[in-house]
Design a protein around this ligand. Structure first.
Ligand SMILES: Nc1nc2c(ncn2[C@@H]2O[C@H](COP(=O)(O)OP(=O)(O)O)[C@@H](O)[C@H]2O)c(=O)[nH]1
Ligand SMILES: [Mg+2]
Length: 477
């Protein structure tokens, strides 16, 4: 098994350790080996220099390095003047900080009851005794403090490193040895998904084709309706903002976005897009309350949502799902009210930690959609956070091995064909538009429109066929 540590992070650790190139070999990973001091010591004792890496559900990566082998003594301070604690990522963003040892005598604590333990003041104490996994989280019973006694804290608090929690999604220990490492190929020579010509003309063509989109004639639909479903923070509102920005010619933020524990969007908002001529495009992107483990849209409400019973701007209320008696309930929805294509929005960097409850919720909704023949897609967001090549240049997205792997994974997770998984990078921190960001988002939107056309065509044929049957019945009478 390969670990989660990326090449970029290995490069950084290598620089911090010394001037010689380093190879990293995974010795211990709690998701694979379980979180138990016995296993940790079996796998990591007497292996020379090691780096311990913790990953949490808030998108933070941090840990410690020691140049001295771990041992199963019963509690001794071990001197290491090369040891350090470090931070690589905080809340989803790279943040490189090193906290070098300033009292080497107590740099490391060796104890057979404990996992990796750094600092005489337990500056980084991972766990003691066996820790059981709960869903995708290991609630470590250790702690972190930046007292500055053993390691120079650089004026940073523990909360600025571990988000104030010792819950982690993974803890790895790598053996560190001298030697050039074979860099993982993170960029392919030929794309894993072929796109005709990724250039300005393609950008303009895509943009125009979408402006000219018209729902299938005779399907009783004048605008396609997409519903975006997914966990809080996945990037639903940002996707609408991205499309809106493309057509407004500047970065816009009509849909509120940001981070919050519960969903910021609580209403059913059917956003439409206005172009410079004042015309509106013939589709609506419906923002919904996020799918939360214990709240959010349930299956019954999902059913109403898909059938078009839920009125515009309806406020989802987790404690009181909508019923036919609720004010505004559309008991006789039109072709426009129906959902013509469902879009699950998933953060590509969270695939590994997506809770099983949320996946089950999405699968439940998929079941409903299959019954109704509604096509389904996945928007795989934040691919810039997944791959450094994409972060630098979004046009590299279909050459990125990491994005390809995430697409495969998402496809397996929900059981949708790979062609229905659409990587996107939303505008989030930009002040200017970028053709490459536009192209990727427009490609996704084009696929959404195609899927909605398929659905409308089926709707139209079904209506015709039913009418035909009725006609026959009448004639037979
Ligand atoms: N780097 C990056 N950040 C994103 C992307 N999409 C959304 N975000 C950020 O993720 C956070 C949550 O996004 P939001 O659209 O509010 O999620 P929602 O809860 O699904 O509506 C915001 O801080 C966004 O700026 C993306 O593609 N790349
Ligand atoms: Mg939102």
């Amino acid at each position: 098994m390969e670990g989660k540590l990326t090449e970029k992070y290995m490069d950084q650790l290598e620089q911090w350790i010394d001037t010689v190139p380093k190879t990293f070999t995974l010795l211990f990973a709690i998701t694979r080996d379980g979180c138990d001091p016995v296993t940790f010591h079996q796998k990591c004792d007497n292996q020379g220099a090691t780096v311990t890496v913790l990953y949490n559900q808030h998108g933070s990566v941090y840990g410690g390095f020691t140049s001295i082998s771990w041992t199963s003594k019963t509690g001794v301070y071990v001197k290491d003047d090369k040891a350090f604690l470090y931070q690589l990522k905080y809340s989803g963003r790279d943040n490189f900080n090193i906290f070098r040892v300033n009292s080497p005598d107590g740099a490391i604590v060796h104890n057979n009851q404990f996992g990796p333990l750094f600092g005489s003041g337990y500056e980084l104490f991972t766990f003691k005794g066996r820790i059981n996994r709960s869903e995708n989280i290991f609630p470590l019973n250790g702690s972190m403090n930046q007292s500055g006694n053993t390691y120079n804290n650089q004026g940073m608090t523990a909360n600025q490193i571990n988000n104030g929690t010792m819950e982690v999604t993974e803890l790895e220990v790598y053996m560190v040895t001298d030697g050039e490492r074979k860099k993982k190929i993170e960029k392919q020579l030929s794309p894993w998904r072929k796109i005709k010509d990724w250039n300005e003309k393609f950008h303009d063509d895509l943009k125009e084709k979408i402006v000219n989109f018209k729902p299938i004639q005779g399907s009783n639909v004048s605008e396609a309706r997409f519903v975006m479903l997914g966990p809080v923070g996945a990037g639903k509102s940002s996707f609408f903002n991205t499309i809106d920005s493309i057509y407004r010619g500047r970065i816009t933020q009509r849909a509120g976005s940001g981070s919050s524990e519960h969903s910021l969007t609580t209403a059913f908002v059917p956003y439409s897009i206005e172009i410079s001529s004042g015309a509106t495009l013939n589709f609506r992107l419906c923002d919904t309350r996020g799918l939360e483990e214990s709240m959010g849209i349930d299956v019954l409400e999902g059913n109403y949502l898909l059938d078009g019973n839920i009125p515009y701007y309806y406020e989802f209320n987790p404690t009181r799902p909508i019923t036919p008696e609720s004010p505004g309930f559309k008991s006789d929805p039109t072709g426009n009210d129906k959902v013509h294509c469902a879009v699950f929005v998933i953060d590509s960097t969270s695939l590994e930690v997506l809770s099983t409850k949320i996946v089950e919720k999405m699968k439940g909704l998929r079941g409903l959609m299959n019954q109704k023949g509604i096509p389904q897609l996945i928007l795989l967001t934040k691919v810039d956070n997944l791959c450094e090549y994409v972060e630098k240049d979004v046009a590299q997205v279909f050459y990125s091995t990491k994005v390809k792997e995430a697409v495969d994974k998402a496809s397996q997770l929900l059981g949708l064909p790979r062609a229905n998984i659409l990587p996107v990078k939303n505008y989030e921190n930009e002040t200017e538009l970028d053709d490459n960001v536009d192209i990727l988002a427009l490609l996704a939107l084009r696929k959404m429109l195609h899927c909605s056309e398929d659905f409308m065509l089926n709707m139209k044929h079904r209506e015709k066929d039913v009418e035909g049957e009725m006609g026959k019945l009448k004639l037979e009478k």
